[in-house]
Write a protein that binds this ligand. Structure first.
Ligand SMILES: [Zn+2]
Length: 52
């Protein structure tokens, strides 16, 4: 997963809605388990909620 995060073309990518995101593509290609991606997104959203 960490390798995939580094593969992403965006420095500050959230890996949620960005077109061309390597992480999203890895999920589509089944290289990243969807459950892991979903929990990653959930963590991200809870972090965002704190910062606002
Ligand atoms: Zn990304």
């Amino acid at each position: 997963m960490r390798d995939r995060l580094n593969n992403c073309r965006y420095n500050n990518c959230m890996h949620i809605n960005e077109p061309g995101c390597a992480v999203k593509q890895a999920v589509i290609d089944k290289e990243i388990h969807e459950d892991r991606y979903v929990s990653y997104v959930n963590i991200l959203e809870s972090m965002e909620a704190k910062s606002y």
